[in-house]
Design a protein around this ligand. Structure first.
Ligand code: AMP
Length: 412
């Protein structure tokens, strides 16, 4: 479906064209019409599906024709600063040819930003993107004016509840006018999200796009190893696979630091990102990564959702993530939009059960790649037996004659 079929204002269409979007993605096709018809919407859609533009475009289009001076038009609440920044960049791109104003309100930045945020919350802005904590800080000061609010959008609602933002969200909603249009986006739909939806939404149209499965075009492989084999394997992978931007995920920030230190010592140009960094440091590291100055980054799951850098063509999971959704989100950082990508997971010998659970969720067995023979013996992938018997069933590592990554991502 082409964007011209949606009845958008010419300025909005210009922004779409400048963003090089040709056809609407499936989520956009399904979500845009009910939003334009004034309905509340609850949609399960993963990042990478084009969900941000799916709500931004109709909201922008409406506000263009229904702008009210001195009022906030739309409030988008998101779980993380990174996502707030990313959505505000999306708004800037798509609203370039309009007169709509917008601002991102999130913690960890300087006093000057606080003043600009206060001004927007007092004097109005068409679209505000905020993280819950920072918004509460402003609300507590007593000057926030939400009287004219037309849209409330909760993005990555499941993530927000997981992060414990339910009370903050409720507090923010109490300050909004009762008559407004509500949009709720969530990667998953656990019962607590349904509960939240019942509280907030009015006769919503329900749209299910999320299949909780990664895009088919991501080449997925897993390496079954003993823990001490992970570092030599990752070095080998990073030396042998050509990549533009590679992202390594670790579940713990201590591991992030250790992995980065060791890879740096081995000569890789690499940075790390996790919650110990100041907001400004995080932004500068992300900027350096996005621009290609730093080709390699190690991160905690702080980056596993929402971050959208087109040039990431390789994701390596240092460890198996906690659940299937996290796996899908981590590997979804690659192969964004039209690009291709590969995602490799290192399965330590104690992580086999966790990985098997992820495979069940994906309804797919991820290919177990050959570990190079020089790394020695590797465990057998036998999660069931392991659960019952412990550490059995070793086998020889990779076949020495078999070429590494025969059909792997080197072709891209
Ligand atoms: P999202 O799911 O909102 O994180 O979007 C994922 C990526 O798809 C972003 O880089 C968007 O700019 C891009 N995108 C969104 N809509 C379209 C579209 N209709 N055509 C091509 N790319 C799109």
């Amino acid at each position: 479906m082409r964007f011209t079929e949606f009845n958008f204002s010419p300025e909005v269409l210009e922004g779409i064209e400048a963003s090089n979007y040709e056809n609407a993605t499936p989520v956009q096709e399904q979500v845009i019409p009910p939003i334009m018809a004034g309905k509340d919407v609850i949609a399960s859609a993963q990042t990478g599906t084009g969900k941000t533009a799916a709500f931004l475009l109709p909201v922008m289009n409406h506000l263009l024709n229904n702008h009210v001076d001195g009022q906030v038009g739309a409030l988008i609440i998101v779980p993380t600063r990174e996502l707030a920044i990313q959505i505000s960049q999306h708004i800037e791109g798509l609203s370039y040819f309009t007169h709509l104003s917008s601002i991102a309100i999130y913690g960890g930045n300087d006093a000057q930003n606080f003043v600009a945020e206060k001004k927007a919350l007092q004097m109005g802005a068409d679209i505000i993107v905020c993280t819950p904590g920072r918004m509460i800080a402003h609300l507590n000061m007593g000057y926030v004016n939400m009287k004219g609010l037309q849209f409330l959008i909760l993005d990555e609602a499941d993530r927000m509840l997981d992060m414990g933002f339910q009370d903050d969200i409720n507090k923010i909603i109490k300050t909004l006018p009762a008559k407004r249009q509500n949009l709720l986006f969530s990667a998953t739909m656990p019962p607590k999200i349904r509960q939240l939806a019942r509280q907030i939404l009015h006769e919503p149209v329900e749209i299910n796009i999320a299949i909780s499965k990664p895009p088919e075009k991501i080449i997925q492989k897993a390496y079954v190893v003993y823990e001490p084999q992970k570092m030599p394997l990752i070095k080998k992978l990073l030396r042998e696979i050509p990549y533009k931007n590679a992202l390594i995920f670790c579940s713990r920030k201590q591991t992030v630091k250790e992995v980065r230190r060791e890879l740096k010592q081995a000569g890789f140009i690499i940075e790390e990102i996790h919650s110990d960094l100041e907001q400004s440091q995080r932004e500068s590291v992300l900027g350096a990564f996005a621009s290609g100055r730093i080709p390699l980054m190690v991160a905690t799951d702080i980056l596993s959702r929402g971050i959208d850098i087109d040039t990431i063509d390789l994701v390596i999971n240092w460890d198996v993530p906690g659940d299937g959704e996290d796996y899908v989100h981590r590997i979804g950082r690659t192969a964004r939009a039209e690009a291709d990508g590969a995602a490799f997971t290192l399965i330590g010998d104690k992580e086999q059960g966790k990985f098997a659970a992820i495979e069940r969720l994906l309804e797919k067995e991820v290919e177990k790649a050959q570990v190079p023979a020089e790394l020695g013996e590797t465990p057998e992938y036998n999660p069931r037996a392991r659960n019952h018997q412990g550490q059995h069933g070793d086998r020889r590592g990779g076949h020495p004659k078999k070429k590494f990554f025969k059909n792997g991502p080197g072709r891209r």
